[in-house]
Design a protein around this ligand. Sequence first.
Ligand code: HEM
Length: 555
Amino acid sequence: MSSSRGKSGTCWRAQSRGGLGNPLQALGGESPSPPEPRRPPATAQRTAMESSWLETRWARPLYLAFVFCLALGLLQAIKLYLRRLRLLRDLCRFPAPPIHWFYGHQKLFQDGKMEKFEELVEKYPCAFPCWVGPFQAFFYIYDPDYARIFLGRTDPKSKYPHKFLIPYLGKGLLSLDGPQWFQHRRLLTPGFSVNILKLYVEEMAHSVKTMLGKWEKICSSQDTVVEVYEHISLMTLDILMKCAFSQETNCQISSTHDLYVKTMFEANKITFYRLYSFLHHDDIIFKFSPQGHRLQEMAKILHQYTENLIQDRKKFLKDEKKHGSTQKQKYQDFLDVILSAQAENGNSLSDTDLRSEMNTLMLAGHDTTAGSISWLLYYLALNPEHQERCREEIRGILGDGSSITWDQLGEMSYTTMCIKESLRLAPPVPSISRELSKPITFPDGRSLPAGITVVLNIWGLHHNPAIWENPKVFDPLRFSQENSDQRHPHSFLPFSAGPRNCIGQHFAMIELKVAIALILLHFKVAPDPTRPLVFLHQMVLKAKNGVHLHLKKLP
Ligand code: HEM
């Protein structure tokens, strides 16, 4: 077998080489006719044909595509280089911290520690440019006169970070601009009127009392150190779920909604990371990165959550219309306000708009208030004399706190000063940004052209030693009437100012007052010296390791 296979193999090879093409020739006989042209076997013939077909058919387009890509890449590189030159020229009048040619100031801010800003604010008065990579720079301002001019204009929100919010929030008030923003703002404003907010006081008090019940159980025998931020965050989520959706989620007791809280938290973290990682500014690079992939998953969770709530309400309203009202809602919530605005204005607010606005309210109204209550408690723990003064004031107004009304909240003047001082020291939204639509000139005559991203660093403004004496000291009397009157109106901007100020600021202030009043009536708070509060600059201010406080139940 093997020899015959060998022979035939030789024969085939010889044939294929063409040496023994004609068997008669091979035997030494005359060839009766001219030798037939050599015919390669079918496969070899096909391969040869394919390669030549490839060569002729594809070589040229491939070559052209390669040249095209190269040209595009080169063009992009030239564009980026020119952009860098332009930025260097535009920003050269403003001194900046030393810049790394590639990373810019990325390393300076990547760890998110706030103390860096304080040093820089002292060293570079009014403003400084902050480079994020070689081709992108943000212009930080923290001077009240700069802020006045900046907030008096109608520049659109900057691409960074607002376009980064869109994948998981949708396009809501925080990221919209122009006529669409104006229309949404007009439709949502009635939801924050005094008459509606008044009805929320009772709901807020109820949620705070649920949290205090948990604390009582934890501290039943002796005073204990508790990480309060997590409790407070669930409490503010509970409040928002009731005021926005009339949802009794019981989220403070059962952990069903933890996924939502965790998802929102992680989504913000990724967005902040993206902000300071210039490679991830590109949508395509980000989309295929692990963080981009995770954000897409999280967006699905958040959208699904809000979508379910909206659909449930629509069904409820439909049933109510059909069968008459069986279980009346206690108050009009944000969803009612937006749904009635949707009904009144025809198609002006689509279902997607609706979902985006609800997501935006959840983001803007939940973390900010959780942070502000936690930081205030922390500062009162560090300053027991102010804590005691607040407690006395609150006892004088509320007695044992069994009920709490809108009018009583207006009487808490010292507590309000402490709230403001805490919002100064730890502004829950540490910075806001816009992209200049036209050139801007600051009061000192220096100017910037259109296209620059300007960041109002609220943290820097609130710690600016040119405005605030001993800026690190907690001193509520800064906000007494006489002291406030002497200050520049744009020195204190926790809720921003101008047409795009915070729509939820009164909501936030009443929530802060209700929470702090009821907490101080029932608990004494003291710091845990082993775990001081470390702030992290993210989309909203965060505590790196949580907020740990000694809680002591009051008799
Ligand atoms: C202490 C708590 C809060 C602080 C410090 C705060 C701060 C701010 C700031 C600084 C802005 C301006 C953002 C910018 O210009 O880019 C803003 C906008 C906004 N806030 Fe608040 N906020 C708080 C609570 C709330 C609450 C409770 C809600 C809603 C329930 C809310 C909803 C919004 C919305 C929707 C916007 C966008 C407004 C617009 O552009 O028209 N905020 N907030």
